[in-house]
Design a protein around this ligand. Structure first.
Ligand SMILES: Nc1ncnc2c1ncn2[C@@H]1O[C@H](COP(=O)(O)OP(=O)(O)OP(=O)(O)O)[C@@H](O)[C@H]1O
Length: 673
């Protein structure tokens, strides 16, 4: 230690006499860095030393890492760290913007900054998310690089808490700023976020405002002005309504309601407090009541502005309160072949009242299944566990449909008055990052499949298409090899791939999770990315993804894939006296990914279509499984994005911890690689 201290003092002395008048080091600072590293000084020790921070500043002086003569993971790490410690969170690598989440307010998003980036060229100002937004907008107009006007898209990726949603909001805000407008439509677009966050975001151990769904926002333009917008949502985590892991919370809306509803609303909607409900009582909560009250007020304002009527807002609160009440319904063990009894009659009555249905009908749906086969009625009485599952299924299906209805309603409001062929768009994708937990289920498989698609899309644009362009223009370059994940996409999507086999087993009456895994083992064991697992209590299989090895536990996959709503429940809700419930169960809510914004007859990018697009929107005649719907919506998304010029923003989290903003070398390296 002493030896190190002496060395450090000597180096500091040497350093202080070796930087020039402009504050730049006269030597290659890497030598100094390497030297320090060899001496075992931690990077943070060095950063907190005010003298040595000069050295760091010099290391991070390049704001486009592509300009460095040698670039490897370690060098990226050193550069990003030096910049981060200097509060320079944005760095380019070629056209890609890297954003390291500062986890504190840097005061870099004010009006002044927005204006500074408005007219500047990309290379004229330091890297910033506003610069990327302005660049993308100008590319769309065709004023940057003298290219033709063309639609653009921005893919924002990164793990949970890395800053994707904040970046999305900043991009949208800056683009609206660039349009010079303050129209009602633009204000509505800005208000969409508080609305979506209330219903689709929740606190997790990683992020206090974590988006529990993926979204693609398409801003539509005519003559440089916003004329409409469209939002597509992907895979809302409905299970959070009925269950949250330790340290997590339910969707924000419930906290907003508990804190923000007036006494009159509480009475009307029979609303208790957080501790009174099974679905919310164990939720972790960090903010105080005033915070949630303000959020509730903001939400109401956003709903007014976006155009939700008073009746719709009341119906919405009634349904949400009903979801909480139905969760409190308990069941007594059944006696022989009798039906299970309901032990919380008041909660059942309250839920039925709020859902606008008869208590006896609701009880029927929760305690037994009635099937009609060839004119014969078969009644299956539920066990206590089955009744509890049915209760939770009601809560999930209602919440899921409510969310889709909200997105649909927003889309109706924001859709352009008229479509014209010279409309252009900027799409912004804020989607869940790759996931690998201690236990991974069907949801993780879908999320990781989405990330494989995006990785393929990224590879296509960054490596494959770029090299094709060099070739066609006769530019000399040394071939860059990259790992092509097409085989993995095939493993999931081809005719006898994982999703097809899951569908096959889901349609087979005797199918089980175990028989599904048997089928996978039989058909896919020879695939390079498929890893058969030893027999265990929960059947499992593993996949070698581009981002790592993931083991999947197959529990309730067939059920999750089928996502069936019992006919009796469906017909009860279709006849509800609550207009909103009637609408969402009767109406034909456009499902995610079936959007068909016919992209303006612009010349399309020469991109190879990564995956053949689905030929048509899913037909309503046969209910598609969740896996197939998700596959279709991903393919539709990729098709939409392939028509535009892509830009990439990669968000990085400095540290695994939720609150700390320190830069952890190992952690960031794992994200960079
Ligand atoms: N540019 C920024 N400046 C300051 N703080 C930021 C910035 N970006 C993100 N944060 C902070 O980090 C938190 C997490 O960011 P965000 O919700 O955008 O992450 P995410 O990648 O969208 O996560 P998830 O996938 O869980 O939704 C924010 O609530 C905010 O506190």
């Amino acid at each position: 230690m002493r030896f190190n201290a002496i060395l450090l003092t000597t180096m500091q002395y040497w350093y202080n006499h070796n930087y020039n008048a402009k504050g730049k080091l006269n030597h290659n600072s890497n030598i100094l860095l390497t030297f320090y590293k060899l001496q075992g000084f931690s990077c943070s020790n060095m950063a907190h030393n005010p003298r040595l921070s000069y050295c760091w500043r010099d290391v991070g002086a390049t704001d486009n890492l592509a300009e460095l003569s040698k670039l490897d993971e370690n060098r990226i790490l050193i550069e990003l760290k030096a910049r981060y410690l200097n509060d320079e969170i944005y760095t380019y690598v070629g056209d890609i913007l890297i954003a390291v989440n500062p986890l504190k307010d840097l005061h870099i998003y004010g009006k002044k900054t927005a204006l500074a980036y408005k007219n500047a060229k990309l290379s004229e100002q330091p890297p910033h998310i506003y610069a990327t937004a302005s660049h993308v907008y100008k590319c769309m107009l065709g004023v940057e690089y003298d290219a033709d006007p063309h639609s653009q898209c921005i893919v924002i990726s990164g793990e949970s808490g890395a800053g994707k949603t904040e970046s999305t909001k900043l991009v949208v805000k800056q683009i609206i700023e660039l349009c010079n407008g303050n129209t009602q439509l633009e204000q509505q677009i800005l208000q969409v976020n508080p609305l979506l966050e209330a219903f689709g975001n929740a606190k997790t151990v990683i992020n206090e405002n974590s988006s529990r769904f993926g979204k693609y926002i398409q801003l539509l333009f005519h003559s440089g002005k916003v004329v409409g917008a469209k939002i597509s949502e992907y895979l809302l985590e409905k299970s959070r309504v009925v269950h949250q892991n330790a340290g997590d919370a339910n969707f924000h809306i419930f906290n907003y309601m508990f804190a923000g509803c007036s006494e009159e609303q509480r009475q009307t909607f029979k609303l208790g407090s957080r501790e009174n409900y099974r679905y919310t009582k164990s939720c972790d909560q960090t903010a105080d009541a005033t915070f949630y009250q303000n959020k509730f007020e903001q939400l109401q304002n956003a709903m007014d502005l976006v155009g939700f009527s008073e009746e719709e807002q009341d119906d919405l609160l009634a349904v949400l309160s009903g979801v909480l009440s139905v969760g409190n319904v308990d069941f007594a063990d059944k006696v022989s072949s009798e039906r299970v009894g309901v032990s919380q009659v008041d909660d059942l009555a309250a839920a039925a009242h709020l859902f606008g249905v008869k208590p006896t009908d609701l009880q029927e749906c929760l305690t037994r299944l009635t099937n009609s086969t060839r004119g014969e009625q078969i009644i299956i009485n539920f066990s206590r566990t089955q009744a509890e599952d049915a209760r939770d299924a009601v809560a999930k299906v209602i919440y899921g449909r409510l969310f889709s209805w909200i997105v649909n309603k927003i889309n109706q409001r924001l859709s352009p008055d008229q479509r014209s062929i010279d409309q252009l768009e900027i799409g912004i994708l804020d989607i869940f990052g790759f996931e690998n937990f201690a236990s991974n289920s069907f949801e993780q498989a879908c999320i990781n499949l989405a990330n494989e698609h995006l990785q393929y899309f990224f590879n296509e644009h960054i490596f494959s298409l770029e090299q094709e362009e060099y070739k066609s223009e006769g530019i000399k370059w040394s071939h860059i090899s990259y790992s092509d994940n097409q085989p993995l996409l095939d493993l999931f999507l081809k005719k006898m791939g994982i999703l097809a086999l899951l569908d096959e087993e889901s349609h087979f009456p005797q199918g089980t999770d175990a028989s599904f895994v048997d089928k996978l083992n039989k058909n896919l064991s020879s695939h390079e990315c498929y890893k058969k697992q030893r027999a265990a209590r929960t059947p499992r299989f593993a996949i070698q993804h581009y981002a790592g090895h993931v083991t999947y536990d197959v529990k309730n996959w067939l059920e999750k894939n089928r996502d069936t709503i019992p006919p009796s429940l469906m017909s009860m809700l279709k006849q509800s006296s609550n207009l909103l419930l009637r609408t969402i169960f009767k109406g034909n809510i456009t499902r995610t990914g079936t959007l068909a914004l016919q992209n303006r007859t612009r010349k399309s990018v020469t991109a190879k279509q990564p995956i053949r697009p689905s030929t048509s929107a899913p037909s309503n005649s046969k209910k598609l499984t969740v896996g197939t719907q998700f596959k279709n919506s991903l393919q539709e998304l990729i098709r939409q994005m392939s028509k535009a010029n892509p830009h990439f923003i990669r968000c990085l989290k400095p540290n695994a911890s939720r609150l700390a903003g320190e830069f952890d070398d190992k952690y960031i390296l794992s994200q960079v690689s």
